[in-house]
Design a protein around this ligand. Structure first.
Ligand code: SF4
Length: 261
């Protein structure tokens, strides 16, 4: 496992897109979607790692992460896995990350963190989240991840069509706005029961907090358990106008609420 401190500036986390490069990426994405349209999630994952360039799997080691981690391990244990440690995570997540990585034999897990200098300058007491959660997510999560992704042609996400109306047309491959990277969504067509079935069939370990009422798991201070009947993400930034951390970009802006997903 490799620990990477992100010492680059937090001012502009995104790699500026070159229009010529963006056009080439768009053509490649269209070609990949045509080729893999009727393929399984595993085939899409394999295609991404073999045909889409230098690709990383970005994983929170959260409630459902083990599915893509398992697929990556089966295909290639050297798949780069980027894990953003905000230094605000549950202890259970840190332990789970180590246990799952070891059990699956993943040999290229890279732990991404904001640099000590950035934390000291912007959030020395860990209190930024009390008055500006967007700034805290940018400092601890979005910017370090975007900086880490600058070395890659694309990244794999666990997003699915059923999660939001605005994701209803989510494709396996898409162009990330403004960065020129490819974003790959192998589970785009999966339903919740597909995720459960895959974990059961492959005897994969669940994040221990799932059994304690956390169907979606982020940082400890910003995640609470959900009650029966609540939306699975209701415990994330509860009672705040924020539903996303901002690692996904739409029209050049980080997505932070359901409204602009
Ligand atoms: S989820 Fe909360 S603690 Fe974590 S980075 Fe965002 S605001 Fe900070």
């Amino acid at each position: 496992m490799v620990l990477i401190d992100q010492a680059l500036s937090a001012d502009d986390p995104k790699r500026p897109a070159d229009p010529v490069h963006a056009g080439e990426v768009s053509r490649k994405v269209a070609e990949l979607n045509a080729r893999y349209r009727h393929h399984s999630a595993t085939a899409v994952m394999q295609g991404a790692l073999e045909d889409a360039g230098h690709i990383a799997l970005v994983s929170s080691f959260g409630a459902e992460s083990v599915v893509l981690l398992h697929m990556a391990a089966v295909i290639d244990k050297m798949t780069p896995v980027l894990f953003v440690d905000t230094q605000m995570l549950f202890t259970e997540t840190l332990i789970y990350q180590q246990e799952v990585s070891e059990r699956l034999g993943l040999r290229n897990v890279q732990v991404i963190r904001a640099s000590d200098q950035e934390i000291a300058a912007k959030d020395p007491y860990g209190a930024l989240r009390f008055n500006d959660t967007d700034a805290c997510c940018a400092l601890r999560k979005t910017v370090p991840l975007q900086n880490a992704l600058n070395g890659f042609d694309g990244w794999i996400t666990g997003r699915k069509r059923f999660q939001a109306g605005t994701r209803a047309a989510l494709e396996f491959f898409e162009v990330e706005d403004d960065t020129g990277r490819i974003k790959i969504n192998p589970l785009a067509h999966w339903a919740p029961e597909d995720v459960r079935a895959y974990m059961e069939e492959n005897n994969l370990p669940r994040h221990p907090l799932v059994a304690k009422g956390y169907p979606s798991i982020g940082c400890a201070p910003c995640t609470s358990p959900v009650k029966d009947g609540e939306d699975p993400r209701a415990g994330r930034w509860r009672d705040q106008n924020k539903t996303e951390c901002g690692i996904h970009f739409v029209n050049g802006k980080p997505v932070r609420t359901g409204a602009n997903q």
